[in-house]
Design a protein around this ligand. Sequence first.
Ligand SMILES: [Zn+2]
Length: 107
Amino acid sequence: MTSDLNKCRVCGFMYDEFYPWGIDGKYSSHEICDCCSVQFGYEDSTKFSVLQYREHWLINMQGEWQSAFVSPPEDWDLEQQLKQIPKEFQGPDDLKIYSQLKAKKSQ
Ligand SMILES: [Zn+2]
């Protein structure tokens, strides 16, 4: 069973058998997210820093998949993924920032 504990707080990516903040959500793994490259335990330690890093990833890094070693899922859907960010780490502007990114990319 996967839960919010399997998700990256910044980008919402769901890991199958990995817990970015440990199985109890208290002790970060210090690993790097394959999707947004946040380091668990650093930029994602407070809601404020989560929102800041998410904005940085979506705007400056264009919401692109970051890992060069792990490929994104074949059916990767960024919009869906952003909607599944754990509630306590969602930001009021997430989808607005995303639609700006989408508009920019389609130009
Ligand atoms: Zn992430």
